[in-house]
Design a protein around this ligand. Structure first.
Ligand code: 2BA
Length: 110
């Protein structure tokens, strides 16, 4: 058995979770925050049999679409004697999904 962690954008959550449920995957949603952009995203935990991992990833890929480049204003500290907060435009890729697949040693339900 495997546990899939899929970090997706908030915008994609409904479509991905509905599609996973239709295909009989059990899903737990966690409200998470990206450490870089400090914006909300969603982490899905999906426990499933080994042979259902690839179909789940394909489904997530289909629902999340392509990555896109966006420009964000990142905060940074400027100046020496005083702390001045400013922002700096930066290009980042968003969209798609970030996926980790880990082995499950033991799985029980009571
Ligand atoms: P964030 O950490 O908010 O990152 C948002 C996007 O900013 C990333 O998109 C990436 O394009 C860019 N980015 C992240 N860290 C960067 C850095 N140190 N320097 C320059 N650009 C950076 P994604 O790669 O699609 O990641 C989307 C979200 O997935 C991330 O949100 C984070 O919550 C999670 N994530 C991605 N890779 C991860 C990893 N290796 N471990 C844990 N979480 C990860």
């Amino acid at each position: 058995m495997k546990l899939i962690y899929a970090i997706i954008r908030n915008d994609n959550e409904d479509d991905v979770v509905s599609a996973l449920n239709r295909e009989k995957y059990s899903v737990t949603k966690l409200a998470t925050t990206g450490g870089f952009l400090r914006k909300g995203n969603v982490t899905l935990m999906i426990g499933t049999d080994d042979d259902r991992v690839e179909p789940a990833i394909e489904l997530i890929r289909r629902e999340c679409g392509h990555r896109q480049n966006i420009t964000v204003n990142m905060p940074y500290i400027s100046g020496t004697s005083m702390v001045n907060y400013a922002t700096m435009p930066m290009n980042v890729e968003v969209g798609g999904a970030t996926i980790f697949v880990v082995n499950v040693d033991r799985f029980e339900k009571f």
